[in-house]
Design a protein around this ligand. Structure first.
Ligand SMILES: C[S@@+](CC[C@H](N)C(=O)[O-])C[C@H]1O[C@@H](n2cnc3c(N)ncnc32)[C@H](O)[C@@H]1O
Length: 270
C-alpha cells in the first residue's frame, strides 16, 4: 500500500470490475513516481522479490530459466523479465497499466534487453493453453485482483504440465497491522481473518481509486491445491542487517520482528 492523496480509506467489498477500473488508472498515475523512486533499487535488468532485496539470483525460486518460456504477470517496467532474458530465458510481460508498460519500453531501449509485453489482466491471460514453463509475479497483480480463483485458474491453464509458478505478495500477517513503517506498525489492530478489501476512495469524486485484497496463508494453500498445484516452498525473507531502505510500510523497524513478504513456489501437477 502506498499513499495516493487526496483519498479516504475504507474497508469494504469490491468487485473484480471495480478493482480493475481503479487499479489500472491508479498505476498509470503512479508509474512515473514509482519508477523514479524504486527504479534504481529494482535495477533495469534486476530481479528482486520484495523490499527486503532478496534477489532471484540468491533465491532461485524459478529454477534454471535457460531456454524456458516464462510469463511475468504484473510485469510493471519489466525489470524481472529482463533479468530472466539476460539469464537465457524467453520472458514475456503482462501488465494492466499502460504507463508501466511505457516505462518497460523505455528501459528496453536504454538497456538493449527487450521484453515483449502485453496490456492485460491476470484474470484473462491472452495466451493459448500450455504456453509457458514458468509463470511468476514479483508483487505483481495478485493482491490487486478480486477474482483470485480466476487468476490462479488462468495461470494453471497457460502453464505446461509440471510447470513452475512463483509469486511474491505482502505477507498475509501484515494485514493485522497499520501500514506504518515505524513502531506503530508493530501493534496488531485488525483481524488477520478479515478479508474485507482495503479501498482508497477519491475524496472529491467518491470514485474508488485503489484496491488491495487480502487472503490468509491458508487461503493461498487452498487456492493453489484446488487448481492442481503442489506447493514446493514458502519463502519469508528476513530483513537484512544494515538494509535501511524504507518502502511504504516496509522498514528495518518492522522487518526485525515480522515478515513483510511471502514468496510461494509451486509446481503444476503431481
Ligand atoms: C508493485 S508493481 C510490481 C511490478 C514489478 N514486479 C516491480 O517490482 O516493479 C504491481 C504491478 O501489478 C500491476 N497490476 C495491478 N493489477 C493488475 C492486474 N489485474 N493484472 C495485471 N497486472 C496488474 C500494476 O499495474 C503494477 O505494474
Amino acid at each position: 500500500m502506498e499513499n495516493h492523496p487526496p483519498v479516504r480509506v475504507e474497508r469494504r467489498p469490491v468487485s473484480e470490475a471495480e478493482s480493475r477500473r481503479a487499479n489500472g488508472p491508479d498505476w498509470d498515475r503512479y508509474a512515473d513516481e514509482y519508477q523514479a523512486t524504486h527504479g534504481e533499487f529494482l535495477g533495469d535488468a534486476g530481479f528482486v522479490w520484495g523490499p527486503e532485496g532478496l534477489t532471484e539470483a540468491e533465491a532461485r525460486c524459478l529454477g534454471d530459466v535457460t531456454d524456458r518460456d516464462v510469463l511475468e504477470v504484473g510485469s510493471g517496467a519489466g525489470q524481472c523479465s529482463r533479468w530472466v532474458r539476460s539469464n537465457g530465458g524467453r520472458a514475456y510481460g503482462l501488465d494492466l497499466s499502460h504507463r508501466q508498460l511505457q516505462h518497460s519500453r523505455r528501459i528496453d531501449a536504454e538497456s538493449g534487453i527487450h521484453v515483449p509485453s502485453v496490456l492485460g489482466t491476470a484474470t484473462a491471460l491472452p495466451f493459448a493453453d500450455d504456453s509457458f514453463d514458468v509463470v511468476f509475479s514479483s508483487f505483481g497483480a495478485l493482491q490487486f485482483v478480486s477474482e483470485i480463483g480466476t487468476a490462479i485458474a488462468e495461470t494453471a491453464r497457460v502453464l505446461r504440465p509440471g510447470g513452475r509458478y512463483a509469486f511474491s505478495i505482502t505477507h498475509p500477517t501484515r494485514w493485522m497491522f497499520p501500514d506504518d513503517p515505524g513502531e506503530e506498525g508493530l501493534v496488531a489492530s485488525q483481524s488477520y481473518w478479515d478479508r474485507t478489501p482495503y479501498v482508497e476512495v477519491d475524496d472529491e469524486t467518491g470514485v474508488v481509486a485503489y484496491v488491495e485484497h487480502h487472503r490468509t496463508l491458508g487461503d493461498w494453500v487452498t487456492l493453489l491445491a484446488g487448481h492442481g498445484f503442489v506447493i514446493t516452498d514458502l519463502r519469508e525473507p528476513e530483513w537484512p542487517e544494515g538494509h535501511d531502505r524504507v518502502w511504504g510500510g516496509w522498514s528495518g523497524v518492522r522487518g526485525k520482528y515480522t515478515p513483510g513478504t511471502a514468496i510461494f513456489v509451486a509446481r503444476l501437477g503431481a
